[in-house]
Design a protein around this ligand. Structure first.
Ligand SMILES: [Zn+2]
Ligand SMILES: [Zn+2]
Length: 162
């Protein structure tokens, strides 16, 4: 187990304790799946991983635990407005790069982005800001490669074999 992973798990255990959540083996396995993915996984993906270690677990149980994690704040949801639920295990403030094709989400440290400023006068009356999230949308490397290959195929480029 890497130090980072051990540390993430320790942090998680501490956050659970603070929130009065029992730190069960099941919850540990679910959390480890989230941490290991580094990909802001969906509950469905987590289910596939956890099932390999706890074959008897149901998707409902996974989903219920994930909801409990989110409600108590021990895990975060990536964005509130996206159609599917994506989980965040990186609890330090950061921003995201989102691939518009495969929906992969990459973290980018907060300090890499110039301070985002929003003058109070531009806010709708009474709106109070709790957090700032910046999302950069683009294409990840594998989607770019796939597109290039597709367009090459379409334009009839033939790769000659040696
Ligand atoms: Zn992609
Ligand atoms: Zn993230």
């Amino acid at each position: 187990m890497s130090d980072l992973r051990t540390q993430a798990l320790d942090d998680f255990r501490r956050r659970c304790k603070e929130q009065g959540l029992a730190f069960t083996f099941q919850r540990q396995v679910i959390y480890e799946a989230v941490v290991d993915s580094r990909e802001h996984p969906t509950p469905e993906w987590i289910y596939e991983q956890v099932r390999q270690r706890i074959p008897s677990i149901s998707f409902g149980t996974i989903y219920k635990n994930v909801k409990t994690f989110l409600d108590s704040g021990v895990l975060k949801e990536v964005t509130l407005h996206h159609g599917s639920l994506r989980l965040e295990s990186n609890m330090t403030p950061h921003h995201h790069l989102v691939c518009s094709s495969c929906k992969a989400i990459f973290d980018i440290e907060e300090s890499a982005v110039a301070p985002v400023q929003l003058p109070k006068t531009k806010l709708p009356a009474g709106f109070s800001i709790k957090q700032c999230r910046v999302e950069f949308v683009g294409l990840c490397r594998s989607c770019q490669t796939a597109r290039r290959k597709r367009s090459e195929a379409n334009s009839g480029v033939i790769r000659r074999r040696r």
